[in-house]
Design a protein around this ligand. Structure first.
Ligand SMILES: Cc1ncc(COP(=O)(O)O)c(C=O)c1O
Length: 354
């Protein structure tokens, strides 16, 4: 028995972020399974060791998984391990590392980000070239890593061929490729390909693999696909405060997610609910869905008054105040009923506006 009190209404769901969701019951079961008794701390436990095989099964025999607490930590530690102090990272202007990590790459890793404006959150070899120049010029931070996000912050996807083209180009320039895969599971599910199709097989060197948005309580993993691309990860993870003492609880969650098909079931549901929501709101007069819905994000343009009224009823974020664009995210636990209730509320508020 616990003295804690349930302080929220578990039937209330929003569309603000896939991080608003709880923990998948199979993950909770796995946590309980790993509990009780003692295990070696800091990653020498049997769960973390077994996890290596699970990641190798998805990403190939060279893959090494380094569990961490969160996605910002995964990105910062990964990028730090791939760069020397004079080197820089090319990324989209919309990249999470640039827009939503509080400057952590700059502050805690001293990284120079060379950003590129993109129409859809995606880099191309040509767009990389707008920042990948000045090699050997001591006045310019030396471009070393191209960091791409899959699925992107704008809900779009790279095909495996598009990732391959970026990797080939970066490698020709002597650069490395990092993939922020906070939503890699959603991308694989949507593309109908294995996780390795747009990572290992496309030539990505290091991946930040997302667990939290896929149904974990917490935990992400840096997955090294090319061991020659990183230096000092073991030490950097600790000094960046991302070394979990009770690592077995991060690792067992990933085992539950990845050893079977839980990752795929969760991602498929989130993606399907985004499609359902997009289809429903596209039919509402006055609502525009300006971006392709390829994973679990739906962007819509609404009158500001409608957004304000809706936000009193459901949690979601305004993406762009100037254009009235909002972002709706679906999660592994979003149901058809959740979507239908929300879409009906959008229709009702739009009618009231008219
Ligand atoms: C693209 C992307 N990368 C990384 C993260 C992980 O960030 P956090 O540090 O909140 O776990 C997120 C979470 O929103 C994200 O959307």
């Amino acid at each position: 028995m616990t003295d804690a009190i349930r302080r929220h209404d578990p039937t209330v769901k929003g569309f603000a972020s896939d991080n608003y969701a709880g923990v998948h019951p199979e993950i909770l079961q796995a946590l309980a399974l790993a509990n009780e008794g003692h295990q070696i701390a800091y990653g020498e436990d049997v769960y973390t060791q077994a996890l290596q095989e699970v990641f190798r099964g998805h990403f190939g025999p060279a893959a090494q998984a380094w569990p961490v607490f969160n996605g910002t930590g995964a990105n910062v530690v990964a990028l730090r391990s791939m760069t020397a102090p004079w080197e820089a990272v090319v990324c989209a202007e919309s990249a999470h590392i640039h827009t939503d990590e509080g400057g952590a790459p700059e502050r805690s890793a001293g990284l120079k980000l060379l950003t590129v404006a993109t129409p859809d959150g995606k880099l191309t070899p040509e767009l990389v070239d707008t920042q990948a120049w000045g090699f050997g010029d001591e006045h310019r931070a030396q471009p070393k890593v191209v960091s791409i996000t899959q699925a992107t912050e704008l809900g779009t996807l790279y095909t495996p061929d598009e990732v391959r083209a970026i990797c080939e180009h970066a490698h020709q320039l002597g650069m490395l490729v990092h993939l922020d895969g906070a939503r890699a599971a959603n991308a694989a599910a949507a593309l109908g390909v294995p996780l390795r199709a747009f990572t290992t097989d496309a030539g990505v060197d290091v991946l930040s693999f997302g667990g939290t948005k896929a149904g974990l309580m917490f935990g992400e993993a840096i997955v090294v696909l090319n061991p020659d691309a990183v230096r000092g990860l073991r030490y950097l993870r600790k000094s960046a405060m991302q070394l979990a003492s009770k690592m077995r609880f991060v690792s067992v969650q990933f085992e539950a997610l990845l050893a079977g098909d839980l990752w795929l079931r969760n991602a498929r549901n989130a993606n399907a609910m985004a499609r359902r929501l997009a289809d429903a709101v596209r039919g509402i007069p006055g609502v525009e869905v300006p971006r392709p819905v390829q994973a679990n994000a739906v962007f819509a343009i609404l009158p500001a008054e409608v957004t304000q009224r809706l936000q009193k009823r459901f949690r979601f974020y305004t993406w762009n105040e100037a254009t009235g664009e909002v972002r709706w995210m679906t999660a592994f636990d979003t149901t058809e009923a959740d979507v239908d209730v929300f879409a009906a509320a959008v229709a009702e508020e739009m009618r009231a506006q008219a």
